[in-house]
Design a binder for this molecule. Structure first.
Ligand code: URA
Length: 433
C-alpha cells in the first residue's frame, strides 16, 4: 500500500477501506508516513468528506493507536459526558457527584484550559489540596469505592489524534466534521466509555457558530458512537452567552457547589439536569428520562449529592470544608464593578470575549505553559434579556491587579445592548439520539 495512492483515492472522492484507514493511522503514528502526506490527506478529507463507515474506522484506528483504559472491573454501565467547549462551563464539577449519587459510576478524564476556554482540572485544583493525578489502579479503586473520580488524561491516550490535531491546527483542516467527530469520539472510547452523552455547544462562544453546523457535528458523533456499539446521544446547547454567572476557577467551583445545594443560576441547573438525566438513563439507573430527572432532583433535595461531592473531594486529597465555608476557596484581592455605558436590554454576551477577559485577569492560559491564578475571574450580573441602567454593574471583576482597563474594554465589546425588549435564547436547541 502506498500513501500517495490513498491520498489520490480520497482526493477523487472515493471511499477508503478499513485496511487502508488503519494502515494510514498506524504508520502515521509510528512516523513512517510524513506530515506532508498526512496534511494532503486531511485536506482531501476536508473537501471530500468521509462516509459513515470511514468515520467509524478512523475513530477506531485512533483508539488503537495508544493506551485504552479498561474500566471492566467497575460495576455498572460506564457513561461519559463530553462538552465541545464553552465559557463558564462548570457542568462536570456538579454532574460528576450528582450522577454518582444515583449509582452511575463516573470514571472521568478531563482536560486543562487553554486560551479563552477553562478546563475542569484547573477548576478542581482551586479546591485546596485537591489532586487530579493518580495511577490507574488508584483511579479504579476510587470509583469502585466512591462511584466518582476525575483525573487528567494519561499521556499515551490516542497519540494519533494528538499528532493529527497539531497538524490540522497548522494546515487549516481543524474545521472538518469527520475529523472533529472522530477526534472527540476516539478519546471517549479510549477512556473506556460504554455510553456517551455529548454536549454540543452552538453560538457566538462555541466552536460551531451556526445551528446547522452544530447539528451536523452532533449527528456525526452520535452515528460514530452507535456504529461502534456505544449508545450515544447529543444535546445541542446554547453558547450565545456564558453558562451560569461565573467565569474563573474558584468562582466556578462555588457556582457548582451552589447548584448541588439546590441554588444557583437556572441555565446551569437546567443543563446539568438534562445532561445528567440522559447519563442516568443510558446507565440504566432509570427506565425513563423523566424518572432519571426525578432521581437527580431528589439527591439534590436530600443533600446526598452534596455529601457525594464532599466524599469525592476528600478521596482526592482536598479540603471538603470548603463546601460549607465557601470563603475558604481562593479569593481575589479586588472586586471591581464594570458599569454599563448606557441603558438597554442585553441582546448578546459574546462568550469568547468574556473568556478572553477572564484569561487576561489570569484565570486562563494564553499559552500551554502559562501559570494561572485560581482566585480571579468575573461574575456576570446581567445576562441576555436583562435590563440594565446606565452606570449599573454589568460585571464584577475579581482581580489581583487594580489595573483592569483592558479587561473592562473587552467586557464592553462582549456586551451587546439594545433598546428593544429581548427574549432569552432557548438553552437546549435539540436532542439528537
Ligand atoms: N476538539 C477535539 O477534541 N478535536 C477536534 O478535532 C476539535 C475539537
Amino acid at each position: 500500500m502506498r500513501m500517495v495512492d490513498l491520498i489520490e483515492k480520497k482526493r477523487d472522492g472515493l471511499e477508503l477501506t478499513k485496511e487502508e484507514i488503519h494502515f494510514i493511522i498506524s504508520n502515521y503514528t509510528k512516523g513512517d508516513i510524513p506530515d506532508y502526506q498526512m496534511s494532503a490527506l486531511s485536506m482531501a478529507i476536508f473537501f471530500q468528506d468521509m462516509t459513515k463507515a470511514e468515520r467509524a474506522e478512523l475513530t477506531m484506528a485512533m483508539v488503537n493507536s495508544g493506551d485504552k483504559i479498561d474500566l471492566s472491573s467497575l460495576e455498572g454501565i460506564k457513561v461519559d459526558k463530553h462538552s465541545t467547549g464553552g465559557v463558564g462551563d462548570k457542568t462536570t464539577i456538579a454532574l460528576a457527584p450528582l450522577v454518582a449519587s444515583v449509582g452511575v459510576p463516573v470514571a472521568k478524564m478531563s482536560g486543562r484550559g487553554l486560551g479563552h476556554t477553562g478546563g475542569t482540572l484547573d477548576k478542581l485544583e482551586a479546591i485546596p489540596g485537591f489532586s487530579v493525578e493518580m495511577d490507574t489502579e488508584q483511579f479504579l479503586k476510587q470509583v469502585n469505592e466512591h462511584k466518582v473520580a476525575v483525573v487528567g488524561q494519561t499521556n499515551n491516550l490516542t497519540p494519533a489524534d494528538k499528532k493529527l490535531y497539531s497538524l490540522r491546527d497548522v494546515t487549516a483542516t481543524v474545521n472538518s466534521i469527520p475529523l472533529i467527530a472522530s477526534s472527540v469520539m476516539s478519546k471517549k472510547i479510549a477512556s473506556g466509555a460504554e455510553a456517551i452523552v455529548l454536549d454540543v455547544k452552538v453560538g457566538s462562544g462555541a466552536f460551531m457558530k451556526e445551528f446547522e453546523q452544530a447539528k451536523e457535528l452532533a449527528t456525526a458523533m452520535v452515528e460514530i458512537g452507535n456504529e461502534l456499539g456505544r449508545q450515544t446521544m447529543a444535546i445541542i446547547s446554547d453558547m450565545n452567552q456564558p453558562l451560569g454567572q461565573t467565569v474563573g476557577n474558584a468562582l466556578e467551583v462555588k457556582e457548582a457547589i451552589e447548584l448541588l445545594k439546590g441554588e444557583g443560576p437556572s441555565d446551569l441547573h437546567e443543563l446539568c439536569l438534562t445532561l445528567g438525566s440522559y447519563m442516568v438513563y443510558l446507565a440504566e439507573k432509570a427506565s425513563s428520562i423523566e424518572e432519571a430527572r426525578t432521581k437527580l432532583e431528589e439527591v439534590i433535595r436530600s443533600g446526598k449529592a452534596l455529601e457525594t461531592f464532599k466524599t469525592f473531594i476528600r478521596a482526592q486529597g482536598g479540603d471538603d470544608s470548603i463546601v460549607d465555608q465557601l470563603e475558604k476557596l481562593p479569593e481575589a484581592t479586588y472586586k471591581l464593578e464594570v458599569p454599563s455605558p448606557k441603558s438597554g436590554y442585553v441582546a448578546e454576551i459574546i462568550a469568547d470575549k468574556i473568556g478572553t477577559a477572564a484569561m487576561k485577569l489570569g484565570a486562563g492560559r494564553p499559552t500551554k505553559e502559562a501559570e494561572i491564578d485560581l482566585a480571579v475571574g468575573l461574575i456576570l450580573n446581567k445576562k441576555i434579556g436583562d435590563y440594565v441602567e446606565q452606570g449599573e454593574s454589568l460585571v464584577t471583576l475579581h482581580s489581583n491587579d487594580k489595573q483592569v482597563e483592558e479587561v473592562q474594554q473587552i467586557i464592553y465589546e462582549a456586551y451587546q445592548l439594545t433598546n428593544e425588549l429581548v427574549t432569552s435564547p432557548p438553552l437546549i436547541h435539540e436532542i439528537i439520539k
